[in-house]
Design a protein around this ligand. Structure first.
Ligand SMILES: C[S@@+](CC[C@H](N)C(=O)[O-])C[C@H]1O[C@@H](n2cnc3c(N)ncnc32)[C@H](O)[C@@H]1O
Length: 334
């Protein structure tokens, strides 16, 4: 398989894959190629943004020759296939190679033209974008590892990560992470739903929920800014997130937690009481791994006796497109 990730996190991706039985055989900036591993369903993985199944290697010197080989590979594999609706047509490349993006665009355009000539109806249904959300779909996926070599695959899994659009009123770039987290979970706060935002300042997450009409309690000693400041949907409480408690019998629809604190301290002293006592229905939590071993932390989060495994369902742990030295956990209470 080929797995892609945020460039700069390739070693962590390879490490995570190894712990799940995949053997990394080649890697570059933002990608790892593996052999072996689970044959049936993929486990829930944190670092991969895209996973390509059964990639076939294509090598050629020119844009023309690469496009011709990719077209032939696709046509041969699609001979007996029916294309009833839109299907993904995605060309991507390894990061940090000057000029590779331009070349890949050239090959992509030429493959599109080839397909229009050979299967015009099927070509018209091709969509050159990732699906929104977590999905596994058949399509045409081409990943260039350098100028002369690419891998072609017909089936891909998407972890749900994607680049989000900014909002000029958002007080922090954290805003992008919560917007992306909704896509990974497949849900977002609804009108009048309640949110406890723990470690809220300057208010990117609170602002994002307020845009959807939710009612937010933003807990942080720091000030709210931008679109979160003086927002009638947001009640700012200058309190400690570790001692903040819902009112008796109150259950928040959502708990957000984005604290720059040691992750085990956050798990034991904040997440554990919230999930064990059922103070919320859904959650989005960021754990910072800058000062701990990220793979060991992932193991702790996923262990069968962790608070997440015991109390939650639909758990997804992701290194988001907008995450840095941290990962995001979304889920719902059992
Ligand atoms: C990364 S920022 C949160 C950014 C926020 N999610 C946003 O969208 O703007 C972390 C915040 O956690 C707050 N914080 C850290 N420890 C806290 C605690 N014990 N109680 C409340 N807030 C805390 C800090 O004051 C800081 O504002």
């Amino acid at each position: 398989m080929i797995f892609t990730c945020q460039p700069g996190f390739t070693d962590l991706l390879a490490g995570e894959l190894s712990t799940h039985g995949f053997s990394p055989v080649e890697q570059g900036a933002g990608w790892v190629r593996t052999e072996g591993g689970p044959k049936t369903e993929l486990p829930d993985l944190c670092f991969p943004q895209m996973a390509l199944f059964d990639p076939v290697e294509i090598a050629a010197d020119s844009v023309n020759a690469l496009a011709a080989k990719i077209t032939e590979q696709f046509l041969a594999s699609a001979k007996t296939e029916r294309f009833e609706g839109e299907w993904p047509f995605l060309f991507e490349e390894a990061a940090e190679m000057d000029g590779l993006g331009r070349r890949v665009k050239g090959v992509e355009k030429m493959v599109q033209e080839n397909l229009k000539k050979r299967m015009s109806r099927v070509a018209r249904l091709a969509v050159a974008d990732k699906p929104r959300g977590v999905a596994q779909l058949r399509g045409l996926y081409v990943f260039f590892v350098d100028f002369k070599r690419a891998y072609v695959s017909r089936e891909a899994f998407f972890g749900g990560q994607r680049r989000m659009a900014d909002d000029e009123q958002a007080p922090s770039r954290s805003y992008l992470k919560i917007e992306e987290a909704y896509i990974v979970l497949g849900r977002e706060p609804g009108f009048e739903e309640t949110v406890a935002d723990l470690g809220a300042a300057p208010g990117g997450w609170s602002y994002s929920a307020s845009k959807r009409g939710a009612k937010i309690v933003a807990v942080d000693n720091g000030p709210l800014k931008g679109g979160a400041y003086n927002n009638y949907k947001i009640e700012h409480r200058m309190e400690d997130a570790f001692t903040f408690r819902p009112a008796p019998d109150q259950v928040f629809d959502w708990m957000f937690c984005d604290l720059v604190e040691e992750p085990h301290h956050v798990m034991e002293n904040l997440i554990q009481p919230w999930l064990e006592r059922g103070w919320c229905r859904r959650f989005v939590i960021i754990l910072k791994f800058g000062r701990v071993d990220p793979l060991a932390l992932l193991r702790d989060v996923r262990s069968p006796d962790s608070v997440f495994s015991r109390c939650a369902t639909n758990i997804r742990v992701r290194h988001l497109y907008h995450d840095r030295e941290e990962f995001t956990i979304v889920g719902e209470l059992k």
